[in-house]
Ligand binder design. Structure first.
Ligand code: DQA
Length: 146
């Protein structure tokens, strides 16, 4: 059964709780992870969480993702909008991925509308806060047929 999901958070997501609560909500990353683990449990999925502020580490995490996971939830933060290195590393992973953003990136600055990973992902959820991760897990579960 394919039910292992890696949730990879990128640059500045460790600062949740300090970033603008009107945009990102007031919770910390640790609180977010606890809630997402709960959503995953309800769906019969197992989650592992990773966060880094270093782009190369994020890429390396994608390189080895298929050794431990069946699918990915990615919130690369600002890297989403310009990191072709992360795009290439995602392609290397060969795993189905859903892109998630807490905020509604399409309604913010122009530069946030672009995603360099979007076309490699099986789905994209934005602007729904932590609840968006539930939707992402549901999309991934359907994709994994688990
Ligand atoms: C974000 C949106 C990005 O534009 C931003 O750089 C982030 C967080 C989100 O979850 O809304 O760091 O990915």
């Amino acid at each position: 059964m394919k039910n292992r999901v890696d949730v990879l958070h990128g640059v500045n997501l460790d600062q949740l709780g300090r970033r603008d609560p009107n945009v990102y909500g007031g919770g910390t990353l640790s609180e977010l992870q606890t809630r997402v683990k709960g959503f995953a449990g309800e769906l019969g999925l197992e989650t592992t969480f990773w966060q880094t502020n270093h782009e190369g580490e994020y890429c390396e995490s994608l390189h080895i993702a298929s050794e431990r996971a069946d699918g990915l939830i990615l919130n690369p933060g600002a890297w989403t909008h310009y990191s072709y290195a992360i795009r290439d590393a995602l392609e290397v992973s060969g795993l189905p991925a859903v892109e998630v953003h807490l905020s509604e990136v399409d309604s913010r600055e122009d530069w946030r509308r672009k995603s360099v990973i979007g076309d490699l992902c099986v789905g994209r959820v934005q602007g729904k806060g932590v609840e968006g991760y539930r939707e992402a897990l549901e999309l991934l579960k359907a994709q994994l047929g688990s």
